[in-house]
Design a protein around this ligand. Structure first.
Ligand code: DX5
Ligand code: ZN
Length: 217
């Protein structure tokens, strides 16, 4: 089943609870919460105190994407704040194995994220500890970038190695045009910021992301 995850990076932050209601009404499945530390990536966004407010405003599934150098030190804060899933980068400084174990022992689903230039094979030995793998389809750090087509082969390689059960999420430049490509390659969780929040009709945009290849333009 295809799921969508709306990246709050593109929402109107002055009205988070209104934007969360809009997502629910549009049929979006998950909320994607991009955490940037100004070190692993250029910008600084928001952290666990903001996630706590989001948690109070919605019962939707909260998908936290840590783009930080030291994710391991942050797990307890995001788990306490109400994250349902936490992904962090294999390129970060934390030990991936102990960080994945810590996420799971905190009662949260675990995921590893890979940047476009990182071979996806690097996550293979860690898959038993992962509920999901996030394949970045742009360089992390900014919303509104163009999808990188070379990432499709990585999605295919991961799906073929991991089998049908693993959730494979894609993030960056996902819209009605690129969604059929990533779905065909084997992704089943589609993050969209611009593609949902800036759409004229969010429900229609969400349906287009989820549509079968035949139905989607
Ligand atoms: C980029 C973030 C993405 C971003 C996606 O570093 O991880 O989640 O918000 O934005 P769009 O959908 O606009 O490419
Ligand atoms: Zn993200």
């Amino acid at each position: 089943m295809i799921k969508t995850s709306a990246s709050l990076l593109a929402c109107d932050l002055s009205d988070i609870s209104g934007e969360l209601s809009r997502c629910r009404a549009a049929g979006v499945d998950w909320i994607h919460f991009d955490v940037m530390d100004g070190a692993f990536v250029d910008q600084i966004t928001y952290g666990s105190p903001v996630l706590k407010c989001v948690r109070r405003s919605t019962d939707m599934f909260l998908d936290v994407h840590l783009m930080v150098n030291d994710p391991e030190s942050q797990i307890k804060f995001f788990a306490e704040a109400g994250a349902d899933l936490i992904s962090f980068h294999i390129e970060s400084k934390s030990d991936p194995r102990s960080t994945l174990e810590l996420i799971r022992s905190s009662g949260v689903k675990s995921a590893l994220a890979v940047k476009p230039g990182t071979p996806v094979e690097e996550v293979f030995p860690l898959l038993p500890l992962c509920d999901m793998v996030l394949v970045m389809t742009v360089e992390p750090g900014y919303g509104g970038q163009a999808f990188i087509p070379e990432t499709l082969d990585k999605i295919r390689a991961l799906r073929s190695f991991a089998g049908a059960e693993l959730d494979i999420e894609v993030d960056g430049g996902i819209n009605a045009k690129t969604a059929p490509l990533v779905r065909e390659a084997g992704a089943n969780v589609l993050v969209a910021g611009t593609g949902l929040f800036k759409a004229e009709d969010m429900a229609q945009a969400n349906a287009a992301l989820k549509a079968s290849q035949k139905g989607a333009e």
